[in-house]
Ligand binder design. Structure first.
Ligand SMILES: Nc1ncnc2c1ncn2[C@@H]1O[C@H](COP(=O)(O)OP(=O)(O)O)[C@@H](O)[C@H]1O
Ligand SMILES: [Mg+2]
Length: 324
């Protein structure tokens, strides 16, 4: 479990204070993945640096299983860092070392005996599906394989927390999904608390149990995936279930979080009105275990948008007339 409490980081530049992080609090229990998503300049990299102990926060605490990392004396930072593995956008492997020796590197630093390092590294390579590549050099691997090596290396010191900074931003869509599925599998198998920093909605949808929107150094929205998506009109909801197309006055935006046993609001509404609204744009997705209908409907001829909104709402959906 990683607990971040009122974390702040102020940079001074040319006599001016820049509040890169302005009191960020979040919690990631063991065996779950938390995504932090945010635009450029939001403070994502600063958060990673503070959590990875590469930078000292101005105030606030970072605790792993109750141990306050910010209070660790400088001389013990290396030891404290072992509780947290970091995966970067690029694996940054040593080209001159074999895959095995790359994975064993953190153990070498920690003074683990050669034979034990080798055994542990082989075990980790098996865990990430690269047992056969132990003797290869990084240059012989694909981007996805290199990232697997990076993940194995991050796990070498048996950390409780895995911090992933844009782990798939340099990968193609198929390799991205392979790496995301690997991270999800490792979370379950090793009981890791995983924190993923990303700008990709796809990453959030595929592996995150909970998600935060970071903006201007503050958490603007946060919660379990189904809850943030179900908050109609919230920024995360709009981004995670984005609809294409132009907005037209008189159309109606709908978010229907389906609950077992209830008829979807669109069908119930069509029956109640005796007229079927036309779907202008729509997506059906299951996120965090809840299936969502995100629709934009054209009001049927002879009805006012307000009547459509009222009917949809009466049948359990969120609905609102499009306002351009
Ligand atoms: N070393 C630094 N010195 C001064 N300002 C910085 C430094 N690092 C980051 N910042 C500022 O802090 C804010 C957050 O930056 P950053 O964490 O890199 O955001 P992100 O990774 O989300 O794009 C930005 O306004 C950035 O200019
Ligand atoms: Mg950044």
């Amino acid at each position: 479990m990683i607990t971040v409490t009122r974390l702040a980081k102020v940079y001074s530049q040319a006599g001016r204070d820049i509040h890169a992080l302005a009191g960020v609090s979040l919690e990631v229990p063991a065996g779950s993945v938390h995504g932090v998503i945010g635009p450029s300049g939001a403070g994502k990299s600063t958060l990673v640096r503070c959590l990875a102990l590469l930078d000292r926060p101005t105030s606030g605490t970072v605790e792993i299983d109750g141990v306050d990392l910010a209070a660790v004396p400088a001389g013990q930072l290396r030891q404290a860092r072992r509780r947290l593995g970091v995966v970067f956008q690029h694996a940054n492997l040593f080209d001159s070392r074999t895959v095995l020796d790359n994975v064993a590197y953190p153990l070498e630093i920690a003074g683990v005996a050669r034979r034990e390092r080798r055994e542990r590294a082989l075990e980790l390579l098996g865990l990430v599906g690269l047992a056969d590549a132990a003797g290869a050099h990084p240059a012989q691997l694909s981007g996805g394989q290199r990232q697997r090596v990076g993940i194995a290396r991050a796990l070498a010191t048996d950390p409780d927390v895995l911090l992933c900074d844009e782990p798939t931003s340099a990968l193609d869509p198929r390799t991205t999904d392979e790496i995301l599925d690997l991270i999800a599998a490792l979370k379950a198998r090793l009981g890791l608390a995983v924190l993923v920093i990303t700008h990709e909605m796809h990453v959030v949808k595929r592996i995150c149990d909970t998600v935060s929107l970071l903006e201007g150094g503050e958490i603007a929205e946060s919660g379990p995936l189904a809850a943030v998506v179900g908050a109609f009109g919230s920024r995360l909801s709009e981004s995670l279930l984005a609809l294409p197309g132009e907005l037209v006055d008189g159309d109606v935006d709908v978010l229907d979080a389906l609950t077992p046993g209830r008829e979807p609001a669109l069908e119930a509404t069509a029956r109640a009105l005796g007229a079927a609204p036309r779907i202008v744009a729509g997506t059906v997705e299951t996120l965090g275990g809840t299936t969502f209908h995100r629709l934009r409907l054209a009001t049927p001829p002879g009805f006012a948008p307000g009547a459509l909104v009222t009917a949809l709402t009466a049948h359990g959906a969120h609905a609102q007339e499009v306002a351009r």
